[in-house]
Design a protein around this ligand. Structure first.
Ligand code: THU
Length: 160
């Protein structure tokens, strides 16, 4: 029997003014994307912006559906669009922002478990980790250096 310790490191910024120019620019794109989300049921808008190796920025936002589970999160809309449009082009960075018309989202909103799993596939595929920067509408911003650091014991193709 042995015990193992799993830990991860994140940087927490007080507000967007503390971000690097590139991170801030990408976060602004995520905010723009968030404003175009289709979230009539949850009223919870999420925007995602992916910076690709070729300089392209791919946006996504949550797309809901009257049949609730048929909707899709912002992160997966963005990553699947990137995979479909720019296959083989590496993802360098992902920014996420969330807001709600019901409540003020003032805590950083990380990707849900299903999105972490979906995103992890691309980090593994490209053999290069990419940072994630996420926030609510206002308040602190969290930056982690890799997606897999947020998903210990993740499932991958090695099990198949
Ligand atoms: N949502 C995202 O877009 N990304 C996440 O990581 C968490 C949740 C969306 C799904 C749904 O449209 C709404 O937020 C409320 O759960």
């Amino acid at each position: 029997m042995k015990e193992i310790k799993i830990s991860t490191t994140a940087t927490v910024y007080n507000d967007v003014s503390e971000l690097s120019t590139e991170d801030r620019m990408l976060m602004e794109k995520a905010v723009d994307a968030r404003k175009k989300a289709y979230a009539p049921y949850s009223k919870f808008n999420v925007g995602a912006a992916l910076l690709l190796e070729n300089g392209e920025i791919v946006l996504g936002n949550n797309q809901e559906n009257a049949a609730y589970p048929s909707g899709l999160c912002a992160e997966r809309v963005a990553i699947y669009y990137a995979g479909a449009t720019y296959p083989g082009v590496k993802i360098m960075k992902l920014a996420i922002s969330a807001s709600s018309s019901i409540t003020k989202v003032d805590k950083p909103v990380g990707p849900c478990g299903a999105c972490r799993q979906s995103l992890s596939e691309y980090e593994i595929k490209q053999k290069q980790s990419f940072p994630l920067i996420f926030m609510g509408e206002v308040g602190e911003i969290v930056k982690t250096e890799s997606l897999l650091s947020l998903l210990p014991f993740s499932f991958d193709s090695s099990y198949l």
